[in-house]
Write a protein that binds this ligand. Sequence first.
Ligand code: MOS
Length: 742
Amino acid sequence: MDFNQPAGTNLFDNARVIGKPTPRIDGPLKTTGTAPYAYERHDVAPDAAYGYILGAAIAKGRISAMNVAEARRAPGVVAIVAAPDVAPVGKGMGNVAPLFGGSDVAHYHQAIAVVVAETFEQARAAAALIRVDYDRTPGAFDLARAAPHAGAEEQDDGAGDGGDPQSQQTPKRIGDFADAFAAAPVKVDATYTTPDESHAMIEPHATIAGWDGDKLTLWTSNQMIAWSKSSMAKILGIAEENVRLDSPYIGGGFGSKLFVRADAVCAALAAKEAGRPVKIALQRPLIANNTAHRHATIQRIRLGAGRDGRITAIAHECWSGNLDGQSGEDGTAQTPVLYAGANRLVASRVTHLDLPEGNAMRAPGEAVGHLALEVAMDELAEATGMDPVALRLANEPTGEVPGKPGTRYSERNLTRCLTEGAERFGWARRNARPGAVRDGRWLVGMGVAAGYRGAPTQKSAARVRLEADGLLVVETDMTDIGTGSYTIIAQTAAETMGLPLDRVSVRLGDSAFPAAAGSGGQWGAASSTAGVYAACVALRRKIGEQLGFAADDATFADGRITAGDRSWALTDAGAQVAEDGIAFGDFQKGYDLGTYAGHFAEVAVDAFTGVTRIRRMLAVCDAGRILNPMSARSQVIGAMVMAAGGALMEELVVDTRFGLFVNHDLAGYEVPVHLDIPHQEVVFLDTVDPVSTPLKAKGVGELGICGPGAAIANAIYNATGIRVREYPLTLDKYLDQLPQVA
Ligand code: MOS
């Protein structure tokens, strides 16, 4: 099905199943511990041996010698694959460093050997007996030093001579920023930093690999099945049809599992060497340095405005670093879209760093971009003496997207998000004077931030099979990373075929099924349900041809079909199967497809200890038709928790001498726990977006992390009058200033 123009009125506008709060159909499996995750698929390869990955102990250099003799003699050892014996593989599969092989070390904890043994403990013990000698070379491990011009005055035209800047995105200019900023009566010029962050998903990267002749099956945990199948074929030099990935349940991804990682590659190589299936879970302490993380950023924002708060000049520059010196964290992503302003400058610069690979983590770009832009807006509100909500309303664009000439908003209701949010949150009770509200020992404050996240679409296919007894089976390689894909896909099929939800069975994550959009970039829900709709429309037409009616004019409801004055049972044509997908037309390029939110937070800061407690959070979201308010709310709540973590505690601490993340486990990498998170409220506006998909839906999984962190930072400022621009906002950064307030 080609989606070549905005959707007109269709069956989803009178939906019975879509849009209704629906408990997850996979919920019982999850809550009873019977959903089979990759490492626990004991049935698929009962004879699997255990693999254990040895990570490099240096950040940059060469393995000069590796001795595995003693390890080979250790009890239970089945096979050892040493990186120096294998050609480097896996670079450029969406990632930037080799996943295994060769003697060169590009980053700390790069996989350099895999030991296979009868038990996990034997493999681990043997790995400890491998002797490695290295030639270490110096590396660049400190973003602030590698990007020496970050925050500097002369940065309008790209980096100067210092550091090793490899990639200079040409600044995007509209109008004349420098002149307009110089002339603006009110100015903000501030630099914000965000640290490296870890996805910290519960389920580690894990794979069971089994060869049957030259055919490889990977029971794994992966967000993007079709991409990863293709990557594995290239890595191993085998035909794509000889690779199968199966990933029905995934214990969290957040972008960490968009691409194949060392677990899959090492399991495949080790299984070949061992002559039997091998299972590998990346050891938790290996994940932070072996895989990918969200890049640290340095972001400078300059806002020039009239005394009426209307922005006349806006500049956002972002610096980040990566192994390839090219793929960075673009914190500017939301800036062309969110606010009006005639004179604009946006630039994202990436420098070379020898730290482990930076890559996509939930809302890459925008998640940290809001931590800068939406605090700068708070600073502008104060400088103009305006209310922060009113300031944002005063800068609502009219007409085209101000930073993307020739592009229109497909649907944008940010003003409603902010005004309805302010009303619900009791924003009018906020005291604009910082540090003015006390509750015993607590300093109390409120903050607001706008939120934007792009809502791209990706082609997506499915197969639907109506069985003779009326059960509808949906098959697509779409994944469910804890997001609720199973349920919204079942809802879509039930709606389109006129069946109750319990007559639909959904099978996901197997590369043998038609290729779907996968879970990434907040495109999964909207794209995959559109693909399932397309397949169901094909099935309706097929049934129509058999029974002699025009399917597009017929009504499918309650297990029956009605066309004019004729009526059939859905199963009257017997068992049927159809396959189709959705392809999104170029007309979408004329639009900025986005999702919006108004985020509000109330915090209390202990006047004596500096401890910050979040008291309330609210998100009012504008994200098209909400397919399942229950799972969508869960997505936004989870993202708000993650945003709170980013604002207050999450940080991969860089050892800038040796080039590694020091706190590389869940004991040292702090994420919010229940006690850190208060009551959260999520409201969805009843909006639809006909430009997006036939269901007029958009994603929400990443919207929820775009803005709440800034709302928390602004609330801390409102509570204390102390502005910290270096995330996370841990109390050591403001405790010394508290006595002046308290
Ligand atoms: Mo998302 S960071 O594209 O999984």
